[in-house]
Design a protein around this ligand. Structure first.
Ligand code: S3P
Length: 176
């Protein structure tokens, strides 16, 4: 049975593809009884197209514009969410403003090699590896907290994030 907690601010999960953002957010959502949303899935539903197709049709620029729009929308929901972001969310400067103004950013750290080994189909993830290096400082810049994922299971990472969010007063027992 979930604990039924609530969030006081949206929580954004960032990190390389394969860092476990979606799995950790989903796990935490289940154990704490809060809602989570995966940005790429949300974008695909909203646009009625796969991320791959959005890239093919509108280029990276087109995808990034949609991504920023969705980030703003999800960050402004009256009931704050756990939001797993796409790996490239940090390359758009406007997104840093959304993070700073609205939420709390959890950076799930993973090495490029580990990320590669966790990704089954890199063909659906067009920019893999190409930008790993240049993104590192961007993740560090937006992070409110960094959590290393090396050698840890998804439940263990989720518990660690839960403790951090409780300590920060972002995840609280439900008032009602
Ligand atoms: C991207 C990462 C993907 C997705 C898109 C672009 C990137 O998200 O948003 O393919 O630029 O790194 P995941 O990190 O969830 O795979």
């Amino acid at each position: 049975m979930a604990e039924r907690m609530e969030l006081t601010r949206p929580v954004f999960f960032v990190g390389f593809m394969g860092a476990g953002k979606t799995s950790v957010a989903r796990r935490l959502a289940r154990t704490c009884g809060v809602a989570s949303v995966d940005m790429d899935t949300y974008i695909e539903r909203r646009e009625g197209k796969k991320v791959k197709e959005i890239f093919a049709e509108g280029g990276e620029e087109g995808f990034r514009a949609i991504e920023t729009d969705v980030l703003r929308e999800l960050g402004a929901k009256p009931d704050p969410l756990l939001i797993s972001c796409g790996g490239g969310v940090v390359v758009t400067p406007a997104n840093h403003d959304v993070f700073r103004e609205a939420g709390f950013v959890v950076y799930l750290e993973v090495t490029a090699d580990e990320a590669a080994s966790r990704i089954s189909d890199t063909s659906t993830r067009p920019l893999f590896r190409a930008r790993c290096e240049e993104r590192l400082p961007l993740y560090e810049a937006v992070a409110d907290v960094r959590v290393s994922t090396a050698g840890k299971s998804v439940p263990a990472i989720a518990r660690e994030v839960q403790r951090i969010l409780e300590k920060e007063g972002i995840l609280c027992p439900q008032q009602r």
